[in-house]
Design a protein. Structure first.
Length: 579
């Protein structure tokens, strides 16, 4: 009986794995006019993993919609390994992110086709690459379906919404991680430690002939040999690979309501975006932007062809990519300088043979002005200027470590989420450190993704004797997440925790004075400090507005006195410089 049971299981397994692909048809059912529903996506990957040992389908962390994120993995070796083990695999690992903007479902359907064709051995199977995907990232937005959200979009019949269940744009949330979606993504990303990332999108800032555009990690910002390899080897080969298959592709057309032939610059993917976040961990990232005015069927097919070309090159170059990633850390050592601001290098341009449509500004039938009109019956190919080189405009010297006070538990939570290594101090101590005070900053006038984002932040920097407490965090910079630390803990960096309002409490003075009380104390203080009295008198003579405002004068004296709180505008994280 025992042998009969084993035999029955084997036969059942053979029958199960022999199920025809007709059970796995989704996109084709509508002749390419509809996208799968959330339940259809889950059913598809559940069936695929049941039929094929090369595919795993796993439930991961929660999202703001209360539905879990799922992860599908295609492993050519057919061994259903633990997720954490892939971070140490000798092969490449590619992570495909779909539906971050749920109204842009091209990647959702294209990746289903890709996984099915890989599992059924209908296309070339990579030998050195494991492929993982988050089938639908913005589940809340994907469930919020209609046919009108995307005003410019040509299909599918229904689609989701850009905002998630709490109306966050998830492609601005990778650093601040306000959403459960982002927190679960980071857990997956850090478990897998992917070598490559594809993030599938749809976009339209102008009309042109291309279905496909690419937005790779900015190569100067990626840096080192990995950035050079991306710019001089991977991207050119990728473009040629697609061209041979009859799919022209061009860098993301970074214009809005303008004629593209005026030229454009490469999009700067700061760490708030998926590819910018991935670059902090030396992951080669690609954001795909299909053209939303093209038919949905063509966009999905183009996304599919793009991913197969990407996989082919990544698979043949897997040793290079692994080596360049491994060696990337050597570029970021204590005492070296790290760029925290970038600007376009206008001395270096590239000529793009651009396939567009003639356009003109013509009188509007709706407004009192003119509108931009493209003429699809007048296609052209012109060489245009493309600025795809950036240069550092500001840098900081990499410290040996940072000290984060234990009271800043939201920072600790994000450090732990991103697998940042740190120790806690075992006793109160005093040492010499570099201290920042916020000198100036500007703030956006309108809310941006749940925040009033700061920018143009500048600092006053001093070396001081600093007292730290038992339990404070000491974070060494020499670790895999060094770039994450520098981009988040340095206030001047574009997507720093400071700029994302994590430290706004230090911007508000907590203690003040009553003028009638402080007046007498201020008089005594100036008499005891003649140098400050001299500085005060000079300011009154040179600054008319100051001289006419008695409260400002008293406040100026107060800020020079021991009564002024030392925490106001003092950035609480300090730097331990190179010893």
């Amino acid at each position: 009986m025992k042998h009969l049971f084993i035999f029955t299981c084997i036969v059942l397994g053979q029958v199960l794995f022999a199920q025809p692909s007709k059970n796995l048809i989704t996109f084709e059912k509508s002749a390419g006019t509809k996208t799968a529903t959330y339940q259809e996506v889950n059913n598809f990957y559940t069936q695929l993993s049941a039929h094929h040992p090369t595919v795993s389908f796993l439930q991961m962390g929660k999202t703001d919609s209360d539905y879990p994120l799922h992860l599908a993995v295609f492993d050519p070796q057919g061994t259903r390994k633990s997720i954490a083990s892939y971070s140490k695999d000798e092969r490449n690992l590619l992570l495909i992110l779909n539906g971050i903007h749920a109204g842009e479902p091209d990647g959702i359907d294209a990746t289903m086709l890709l996984f099915r064709d890989l599992a059924e051995n209908k296309i070339e199977i990579p030998k050195n690459t494991v492929i993982a995907t988050i089938p639908v990232y913005n589940i809340g937005g994907f469930l919020n379906r209609n046919s009108t959200f995307r005003t410019n979009q040509n299909g599918p019949e229904e689609y989701g919404f850009r905002g998630n269940a709490r109306n966050y744009d998830l492609n601005r949330d990778f650093i601040k991680a306000d959403t459960k979606n982002a927190q679960s993504f980071i857990e997956i990303f850090q478990l897998l430690n992917p070598d490559l990332l594809i993030d599938n999108h749809v976009s339209n800032g102008a009309d042109y002939q291309y279905i496909l555009t690419h937005l790779f990690t900015q190569h100067n910002k990626l840096g080192g040999r990995l950035g050079a390899y991306l710019h001089t080897e991977f991207i050119p080969e990728f473009e040629q690979h697609l061209k041979k298959k009859g799919w022209d592709i061009i860098p993301y057309v970074n214009v809005f309501n303008q004629k593209p032939e005026i030229g454009y610059a490469q999009f700067y993917d700061s760490p708030r975006y998926s590819s910018g976040y991935a670059a902090l961990f030396h992951t080669l990232g690609l954001t795909v932007e299909t053209h939303m005015l093209k038919p949905y069927k063509d966009r999905v097919e183009g996304t599919y062809q793009l991913m197969t070309s990407f996989i082919s090159i990544a698979d043949s170059d897997y040793q290079k990519i692994k080596t360049f990633r491994k060696n990337a850390l050597s570029s970021y050592t204590v005492g070296n300088y790290y760029p925290i601001h970038w600007e376009i290098d206008s001395t270096k341009t590239t000529k793009l043979p651009f396939k567009g449509y003639e356009a003109a500004w013509v009188p509007s039938k709706v407004t009192s002005g003119k509108r931009l009109k493209f003429y699809r019956d007048q296609p052209f190919t012109k060489d245009i200027e493309y600025w795809n080189h950036f240069k550092a405009s500001d840098s900081i010297q990499i410290p040996e470590a940072y000290i984060v006070p234990k009271g800043y538990w939201p920072i600790r939570a994000l450090l732990e989420l991103n697998h940042i290594e740190f120790t806690t101090l075992e006793k109160d101590t005093t040492f010499t450190a570099e201290v920042y005070h916020i000198a100036t900053y500007e703030t956006v006038k309108q809310p941006y993704e749940g925040h009033y984002l700061h920018y143009n932040t500048t600092l006053d920097k001093t070396i001081e004797s600093v007292s730290v407490k038992k339990g404070d965090l000491r974070i060494p910079t020499q670790q895999r997440g060094i770039r994450y630390l520098l981009e988040t803990l340095e206030p001047e960096a574009r997507d720093s925790f400071f700029n994302w309002n994590f430290f706004d409490a230090i911007l508000q003075q907590k203690e003040g004075f009553s003028p009638y009380v402080w007046e007498d104390l201020a008089d005594e203080f100036l008499k005891a400090n003649p140098e400050i009295k001299k500085e005060f008198d000079l300011k009154r003579k040179s600054d008319k507005e100051f001289a006419e405002n008695t409260y400002r004068q008293l406040d100026w004296i107060h800020k020079k006195s021991p009564y002024y709180e030392t925490s106001h505008l003092r950035y609480p994280i300090v730097r331990i410089p190179k010893q």
